[in-house]
Design a protein around this ligand. Structure first.
Ligand code: NAP
Length: 293
């Protein structure tokens, strides 16, 4: 079994981005500026956004964190989005999801200008992805593709099963794997909560990509021997032996599945770090699209 090491890969990618930023500085070109809007105090969202800001600093990007109380109104949030859309200095921005119930996430996502939508959630970017036109691809599936590419994993003609059909992970993931690209060109099956005989389907997968949001759901008997297993899930579960009182696990029972697979992502240290790299790559792309043509 070979570990798909997101930590090692992300360091490699962050170094490449830093190098490009340095070159831009030397040539007096625009330095990428990413802004993040964080609403409320959700622990996981705080961690994700803090990590995004920290990695911006690491690669030499400018970054701005905009915080709101969870009581913020939808119109106030929309007003900020319009402001960021018009800003000459901000090249790309994200609104950390989930948002409080009184705010319509769809409305917020659609308000972001597609050429600043570095999360790749805007319907126009999703549409471009569906048509195979270069665009901002949702960061997590893009990170998985980058991982498969850098580990030279053969995907052409393989049987790929994607577990989960969310707009931000499962659906774009399945689209990417089915495109006439490398990685890609796989024969893709999408599974969801209404899928019958799940085990029968997953155990035929050469490549199994799991994004269902259920801690340690996938057991060894659901996986084909020698499969490539990508675990997108991330959960905090209580663990009294840890100082923090919790540990992180994925959607896959890592210990038992690892010994059966050819390649597998760990949690933590797998897909999560690739997601942040993709976001930074998208932001760099936004600057290049705007200034380097
Ligand atoms: P989501 O919106 O909750 O979607 C979950 C999907 O899994 C849905 O399509 C659901 O089916 C399907 N599902 C749920 N239970 C199932 C079951 N028993 N059998 C088969 N399918 C089932 O979740 P998400 O936003 O895609 O995220 C998935 C996981 O990835 C979460 O753990 C999340 O924290 C993690 N995540 C990680 C990163 C990262 O950077 N590592 C980024 C994003 C998300 P229905 O459509 O029928 O409801």
């Amino acid at each position: 079994m070979i570990l798909l090491d997101g930590k090692k890969l992300s360091e490699e990618i962050l170094n490449e981005i830093s190098q490009e930023v340095l070159e831009r500085k030397n040539k007096n070109k625009k330095i990428p500026h990413l802004a993040a809007i964080l609403v409320g105090n959700d622990g996981a969202s705080e961690t994700y956004v803090a990590s995004k800001v920290k990695n911006c600093e690491k690669v030499g990007f400018d970054s701005t964190l905009i915080r709101y109380e969870s009581s913020v109104s939808e119109s106030e949030l929309l007003q900020k989005i319009y402001e960021l859309n018009l800003s000459k200095d901000i090249d790309g921005f994200i609104v950390q999801l989930p948002l409080p119930k009184h705010i319509d996430e769809k409305k917020i996502t659609e308000a972001i200008l597609p050429n600043k939508d570095v999360d790749g959630f805007h319907p126009m970017n999703v549409g471009y992805l569906a048509l195979g036109i270069p665009a901002f691809v949702s960061a997590t599936p893009n990170g998985v593709m980058e991982m498969l590419k850098r580990y030279n994993i053969e995907t052409e003609g393989k049987n790929c099963v994607v577990l989960g059909r969310s707009n931000i992970v499962g659906s774009p993931m399945a689209m990417l794997m089915s495109k006439n690209t490398n990685p890609g060109n796989a024969t893709v099956t999408i599974c969801h909560s209404k899928t019958q005989n799940l085990k029968e389907i997953t155990s035929k997968a050469d490549i199994l990509i799991v994004a269902i949001g259920k801690p340690e759901f996938i057991s060894a008997d659901m996986v084909k021997a020698g499969a490539v297993v990508v675990d997108v899930g991330i959960h905090r579960i209580a663990d009294e032996t840890k100082k923090s009182g919790f540990r992180l696990v994925g959607d896959v029972k890592f210990d038992e599945v690892a010994s059966k697979s050819s390649y597998i992502t760990p949690v933590p240290g797998g897909v999560g770090l690739m997601t942040i790299c993709s976001l930074l790559q998208n932001t760099l792309k936004a600057v290049k699209n705007k200034y380097d043509v």
